[in-house]
Design a binder for this molecule. Sequence first.
Ligand code: 5GP
Ligand code: ZN
Length: 122
Amino acid sequence: MENCIFCKIAEKKIPSTAVYEDDELLAFKDINPAAPVHLLVIPKQHFATLQDAAGEPELLGKMLALAPRLAEEAGCAVGYDADGKPVRGYKTLINSGPDGGQEVYHLHLHVIGGAHPWRGQR
Ligand code: 5GP
Ligand code: ZN
C-alpha cells in the first residue's frame, strides 16, 4: 500500500528497531514509547484496521501469540513471586478507527509494559 508508513517499515524503506521478524510478521519498537517497553506487532500484508483483517483469524492469532514471547525477551513477562502473586506484566492493545484512537491505518498490536501508568484505569 502506497503512502502507508508501516508498509514502508515492513519493506525496510523506513528504518525501525526490529525485535522480531518472520515471513508474515514484524515487531519493532514504538517511536514514541508510552512505557519502558512499547512494541508494535504488524502483519507484513496491509490491512488498514482490525475490521479489515477479521477474515484472517490465523494471522491474528499469530500476532497475539507473539506478545508473550516479546514480553519475555523484553523482561516484562508475567511471573509469580514466592507467595504466588503475579508480578510484572504488560498491556496488549489494538486501536480501531477514529473512535478507537487509531492513528496509523495499518493494523498493529501494541505490547506495552515495564511500568504501570494505566494501573487503576480500564
Ligand atoms: P495507534 O494510535 O494507531 O494505535 O498507534 C500508532 C503508534 O505508532 C503510535 O504509538 C506511534 O508512536 C507509532 N508510530 C507512528 N509512526 C511511527 C514510525 O514511523 N515508527 C515507529 N517505530 N512507530 C511509529
Ligand atoms: Zn500498510
